[in-house]
Ligand binder design. Structure first.
Ligand code: FNR
Length: 184
């Protein structure tokens, strides 16, 4: 299985990156590859037909994935522009995200742990253009890691055991979701 992860933070000490790396280590069977979205140009329809190798490589990487994980910080109650930009690049003529099963999550220092950002993210992924299948929240699958600065140690390890257990439960469910045959 190959899972591509998009992390909406370019920060070296990003909690969202730590969250994805935790899942990457704990679930090697997901085959998680973290995409580098830091060098993607801003989306512009004028360069869409010939966007350059960085964009083409990113589009090919997403296309090759069996599943996608998206981890978003919350910037002013939404997802960061760098993440939205990356999603826009895989929503156009190649429709590289179409039909992908996606697990969304997020970490922030606030108490609500990216609730507002994830509402926007879920909406964006569930559009005609992106056409991804987002893991339903039903059953309690929302990964909102609030107070993130208290949950990781100085080595970037997720040390909050209830959070780690909850994430494991949701990832196990996501493996089932990702294996579903869906033809809408
Ligand atoms: C934030 N932060 C933030 N947090 C939050 O819970 N709700 C919010 O609306 C915002 N808004 C916001 C705007 C901007 C411009 C920045 C830079 C930050 C705090 C943010 O969630 C925090 O810095 C996270 O740690 C960012 O994620 P990474 O980089 O740790 O992955």
């Amino acid at each position: 299985m190959k899972t591509v992860a998009l992390v909406g933070s370019l920060r070296k000490d990003s909690y969202n990156m730590k969250l994805v790396k935790h899942i990457q280590e704990k679930f090697p069977e997901l085959g998680i590859e973290i995409a580098d979205i830091s060098h993607l140009p801003f989306f512009n329809e004028e360069i869409e037909a010939d966007p350059g190798q960085t964009v083409r490589d990113f589009q090919a990487l997403v296309k090759s994935a069996d599943a996608v994980i998206v981890a978003t910080p919350e910037y002013n109650a939404s997802m960061p522009a760098v993440l939205k930009n990356a999603i826009d690049w895989v929503s156009r003529e190649g429709k590289e995200m179409a039909g992908k099963k996606v697990l969304i999550m997020g970490a922030s220092m606030g108490a609500l742990g990216t609730v507002k950002a994830q509402i926007h993210l879920r909406d964006v992924l569930d559009t005609v253009g992106v056409a991804a299948y987002v893991m339903p929240a039903a059953g309690g699958n929302d990964i909102f890691v609030g107070a993130a600065h208290t949950k990781f140690d100085e080595n970037g390890q997720l040390t909050d055991e209830p959070t780690a257990q909850f994430i494991s439960m949701v990832v196990e469910r996501f493996k089932n979701f990702a294996a579903l045959e869906v033809n809408l």
